[in-house]
Design a binder for this molecule. Structure first.
Ligand SMILES: Nc1ncnc2c1ncn2[C@@H]1O[C@H](COP(=O)(O)OP(=O)(O)O)[C@@H](O)[C@H]1O
Ligand SMILES: [Mg+2]
Length: 261
């Protein structure tokens, strides 16, 4: 049985894309079959996978969604699924923003991604979906198909702001569209353990949700190696074996697998 995990947050710049890339790689290096989906029209994840001109792509998640909306047969799925360092992925492009506009006017629009994934998901142990920092139709589509959501929080960026809105949206989707949806937990990213602010904000997040939402034990430290590895289109662990963030993502992947039993 495959598990669809959405990496979400109401904010940008909190490490969603970095987490998708590195969690996918870590799970894959533990022998899991993983598909990563770029559900952001800015296509940052696709760029992380080394695709340079995303706007020229003809086979993206946007094209799959559009075919679904128009009830057309998409071309063979194999065209859409690319592979990098053992991880399969479906790229995105700016075309996805046109798809999002279209979704706003469609009936039953929140199930389109679920329909697209139906014939694909069971080939994988994990399908990870990288989302945008808005609660628009794309995020709703992602949450409508998800088994779990991992919320990334950057304790440097007024961590708590907007978090309740995001949780409320998750709650509504669970109630109205997708009863199996659960919150896997909050992953703290870009933690600089030496700074007081980071400590204070981490305690604030932990204190607010204790007993309600799991805060993953493994936190991702802040390190320049992340930016460097992305520049070279590599997961951190491949770019530098010793980089703290790469080691943390691997431990986090292990924690996630163990937690799921
Ligand atoms: N652990 C980290 N240490 C240092 N920089 C990081 C770390 N994680 C992410 N970054 C950087 O922070 C920026 C935002 O991260 P990103 O994953 O793109 O966030 P989001 O997808 O939530 O917008 C990127 O420039 C990325 O390289
Ligand atoms: Mg992103």
């Amino acid at each position: 049985m495959s598990k669809v995990i959405v990496i979400g947050s109401q904010k940008g710049g909190v490490g969603k894309t970095t987490t998708t890339l590195n969690l996918a790689y870590s799970l894959c290096s533990m022998g899991k079959k993983v598909l990563a989906i770029d559900l952001d029209s800015q296509a940052n994840l696709s760029t992380c996978y080394g695709i340079e001109n995303t706007k020229d792509l003809e086979y993206t998640i946007g094209h799959l969604l559009m075919a679904q909306i128009e009830e057309e047969e998409p071309e063979e799925l194999e065209h859409y699924i690319q592979s990098k360092d053992g991880v399969d992925f479906i790229p995105s492009s700016i075309y996805l923003s046109a798809v999002e506009a279209k979704l706003r006017t469609e009936m039953g629009a929140e199930r389109m991604l679920a329909e697209v994934l139906a014939p694909i998901r069971d080939r994988y142990d994990y399908v990870l979906v990288d989302t945008v920092p808005s609660l628009g139709m794309l995020t709703v589509n992602a949450l409508a198909v998800a088994d779990e959501v991992i919320i990334t929080v950057n304790p440097q960026l007024l961590a708590m702001m907007g978090l309740q809105d995001f949780l409320r949206t998750v709650g509504k989707i669970k109630k109205r569209i997708n009863p199996k949806l659960t919150i896997a937990g909050i992953l703290l990213t870009m933690c600089d353990g030496r700074t007081t602010l980071c400590k204070v904000l981490t305690e604030e997040v932990t204190g607010s949700f204790q007993g309600q939402i799991k805060i993953f034990k493994n936190r991702i430290p802040s390190t320049v190696k992340v930016g460097e590895s992305i520049y070279y289109s590599m997961p951190i662990a491949l770019y530098s074996k010793k980089a703290s963030a790469g080691i943390a993502y691997r431990k986090f992947a292990k924690e996630l697998i163990d937690y799921e039993g």
